[in-house]
Design a protein around this ligand. Sequence first.
Ligand code: GLN
Length: 481
Amino acid sequence: MSSREITKLVKQGQLSAVEVISSVLERITQVEGRIHAFISIMKGEALKRAQEIDKKLKENKQLGRLAGVPIAIKDNMCTAGSRTTCGSHILENYIPPYNATVVDRLLMEDAIIIGKTNMDEFAMGTTTENSYFGPTRNPWDLKKVPGGSSGGSTAAVSAGEAVLSLGSDTGGSVRCPASYCSVVGLKPTYGFVSRYGLIAYADSLEQIGPIAKDVYDCALLFSVINGYDPKDSTSVRKDKTEYISGLEESVEGIRIGVFSEFFGKGVDVDVSDVVQKSLKRLESLGASLVDISLLNLSYSLPTYYIIAMSEASSNLARYDGVRYGLCSDDEVENWKVFYSDTRQKGFGAEVRRRIILGTYALSAGYFNEYYLKALQLRTLIKRGFEKAFESCDVIASPTMPVLPFDIGEKIDDPLSLYLCDIHTVPANLTGMPALSIPCGFSDGLPVGLQLTAPLFREDVLFKLGQALEKSSGIPILSPNL
Ligand code: GLN
């Protein structure tokens, strides 16, 4: 069932929240052994919350917009009293004393948190293989990666272990796994969703994003979590915005920008074919396709990785073994040894690689050559997009250049993994919103269409997504588990 069906039945008293949660917990028991979408399953808490919601209904109290809906949360968002690991050994036993703002907003609407999902350690990765807790598998083909770093959140929704989920997207981590697991995922406009309580990887790039099986549910979840939060200094002073009412509007006249390089070298022909067919479908519904060019786009990947690693090296300096997290208990002679000992034990290889590269890019001798250059390029890339948006309303591309690949296939070659982010990182550099929508299959593996819009134009993305979903004849499929 979709979240709107669940809420409707719960509110009418035809289905109890306890029944919903019990049924999802049963599904988790059936498939989780094969998928490994979760780091923690919050069985007791979820059932208790469900009882509270059923009680509220009996007492004739008003129920929220997500009443009884089981939602999975990426394990880098703080949940008061419940372990939040960030996929890392260093935070393996960390129990936050407070909720992330998004978590509070979900609870206010009577959603039920069912568990914390698996992720690449500190959200650094494209496959969810970098988790301290082991990889998640793709529900469509258990040999394949689910994408990352929010692979647990998208696999959980795709496998029916949750109805909705939240991920975080620093360079594509909501959209990449959404594409690989055939679910809908949004990277919102920077500053539109509070990051308070999101464990930081690269602050200037990341946003929390909604994940759902269909566009309606994704828009609903986004409507619940967006809006100004005084606790986040980068939060934009913009009122909570509603995205449901405009969903059914016609897409007539919307101009979809197509940049040929997004479909050229390095992109699988099969992926490109499926995506282009979906664009033709949108054209038949009244949208128009226009050729565009994007200046400086070829620099987006190196620019992203320099900025992301620099910010990461600074953010992760706080894990010193003293204030919280893992603490080395070896007898050592001084503070420096203790600090590096803790970090050597607590962080995995990819996180250490990025801390070292980021520290290098920020060091006195190289700051101008790398970090500053990257910031300048970021501005030029943003201008390139602003220019392109003078002649179109959204920009289309495949979300991922290649189909989901085997677990283990690329893990020893970090550079080839970084290259997979080629289409997703521009939205993070520019702050613009981008949506990944399932648009078909190739060899039985999901393909996603990515649409990017100017700042705060999530409405156009949802409208096009909804039109495509309705007309495509791709029923909302579930993997055969
Ligand atoms: N794959 C990208 C990275 O490793 C994006 C990660 C993310 O969005 N959190 O940095």
